[in-house]
Design a binder for this molecule. Structure first.
Ligand code: HPA
Length: 251
């Protein structure tokens, strides 16, 4: 089985794993994916903002990235998202399993099904994240004493600007626990592709207007917890798959 880690802000490589660059041509563009070597031959890694953090959220070629995973035969994905905290479910420096998303992006093409040659499909989003991978993540985290909230709603803005306090107030009323700029687009495309995707959010700040001390967690601090998260990802991605219907969605 092949699996991938999709990393965001602060996650530009997988520590301790040698990789080679692999170029994948898709109908949406070319993607350079890092591929593990030796024991990790079946592991792939995409840094969605580029390894130098130069691609803003609204410019990421989400369709090319997800289609590349499909073309490589990758079935399982562990996605990591930096977020700003709205509720206390995940506070700055903390982690959470994402269970739902709300998409308020504008102008992004967030589907493979545009009609015409590509057809029309209304992919169900009742369960946007793979429940099997999700429960394995919680078990693996608990075993390691790694604190992680067991659910949370991710609200996806267009970015790249941050939100106004008034927007965050509204998003809180929507039911959002934290805010980011990439998660919904990526998840929807993965779900359309029948990929088993689980997502972990890590908070790097309080969202605008929530608390005054808006301190961004720096890359060094992220690095320290990243290794534990990588261990969890590697354990769950290559574990025996359990029951779920991610790759059997009715249209
Ligand atoms: N808003 C949107 N996206 C983010 C934030 C935020 O406060 N923090 C990290 N990603």
């Amino acid at each position: 089985m092949k699996a991938a880690i999709l990393g965001g802000t602060g996650v530009y490589s997988i520590d301790g794993i040698e990789t080679v660059n692999k170029t994948v041509n898709t109908e949406y563009g070319t993607v350079i994916i890092k591929k593990g070597t030796g024991k990790w031959d079946n592991l792939y890694f995409i840094s969605r903002h580029g390894s130098d953090h130069s691609i803003p959220p609204h410019k990421i070629n989400y369709r090319a990235n997800i289609r590349a995973l499909t073309l490589l035969g990758i079935e399982r994905v562990f996605a990591i998202y930096a977020v700003g905290s709205i509720t206390d479910i995940v506070t700055p420096g903390g982690f959470g399993l994402v269970s739902q998303f709300i998409d308020v992006t504008q102008g992004r093409i967030n589907t493979f099904y545009e009609g015409g040659k590509t057809g029309l499909k209304h992919t169900p989003m009742d369960e946007p994240y793979c429940p099997d991978l999700g429960s394995k993540i919680l078990i693996s985290a608990e075993k390691r004493g790694f604190p992680i909230a067991n659910s949370g709603t991710y609200l996806c803005t267009n970015g790249p600007r941050l939100e106004t306090p008034a927007e965050i107030k509204m998003y809180k009323m929507f039911g959002a626990d934290y805010v980011g700029m990439t998660g919904a687009t990526e998840t929807a495309l993965a779900r359309e592709s029948g990929i088993h995707l689980a997502a972990v959010s890590y908070s790097i700040n309080w969202a605008a207007g929530i608390k005054q001390d808006v301190e961004f967690i720096n890359d060094k601090e992220i690095e320290e917890t990243k290794n534990k998260l990588t261990e969890i990802a590697l354990e769950v991605l290559f574990d025996e798959p359990g029951e779920c219907f991610c790759n059997n969605q009715q249209s």
